[in-house]
Write a protein that binds this ligand. Sequence first.
Ligand SMILES: *Cc1c(COP(=O)(O)O)cnc(C)c1O
Length: 353
Amino acid sequence: MDFASDNSSGASDRVMAALMAANAGAAMPYGADPWTSAAERAVQDLFERECAVFFAPTGTAANALALAALTPPHGAIFCHEEAHIANDECGAPEFYTAGAKLVGLGGAQGRMSLDALKGALARFPRGLVKQVQPSALSLTQATECGTLYSLDELDALCAAARAAGVRVHMDGARFANAVARLGCSPARMSWRAGVDVLSFGATKNGTICCEAVIFFDPALAHDFAFRRKRGGHTLSKGRFLGAQMSAYLQDGHWLDLARHANAMADRLAQGLAACPGVRLPWPCEANEVFAILPRSTDSALKAAGALYYPWGSRGLPSHQFPGPDELLVRLVSSFATREQDVDRFVAIAKMIG
Ligand SMILES: *Cc1c(COP(=O)(O)O)cnc(C)c1O
């Protein structure tokens, strides 16, 4: 019953088979191999346009390097206050941008509000030398709270940024879960909405270690190869990244994996919602369930070996705050989550509450 992270899972069988196949024989290093070019083409086909595509082994590298391509050292990057780039990347965005400032903005359930963005853009006027200059907006889809921006919300946030001359980055660590849920095209949820650069996650959803940085305006990528190499994220045996991404995208595999993860999260959410004493502070919209559990339920689940993390209740409205005998937790499903583990988890929660 591992719901700690979608990173707890291994890689999909098809990705593993592709790695084995790519292992045979010699290939040019540093991405000059046929697997890498095939994967770049697959990404362009998927997004229905020409774009500059770079693979990287971690989401932190993808995010930080992408932001560095958009932001000068004296720039401001607007993000949600709960954003991974602000809280979970050990300062990598600041490091790779050589010191840009992350400005955390509010918004319920992990979604930055349009008002918060407009307010921030007004507080950071262009040309005022004593302040960092508005440079990038970074949106996470699906959000850190497992919620989604609707397409209308994305359009509006991107339009506000563009009107202020601010480029848009999307942290798509869970892009697949969001696309599977919204049922839209990858293009619609990215560049058609106004996203300039996407960190297209694949690791959580079925590769071992492969993310793509996708520049929809190839001019923005003019020095990215140097940034990635200087930052130590250009793999010498680059074929193994290309092989992972190709297998991940082939025949809609990536969406099948995400649909399974989402379905398991739905099953968990529905099961928990029917358990006495359990509250879900917001709906499950991707592959994460946030639940307020009685502490007795938490203890029983832990005793049965269930794995998951507590979550800070900072983002909750005060009337939803966990009481002294309750706890807010995050439960994450993945492509590898088994129905029987979800059902066992729910059965324990039902018995105790
Ligand atoms: C997991 C995750 C990442 C990538 O993290 P790495 O551990 O560096 O691969 C980026 N953004 C979000 C929102 C994530 O959840």
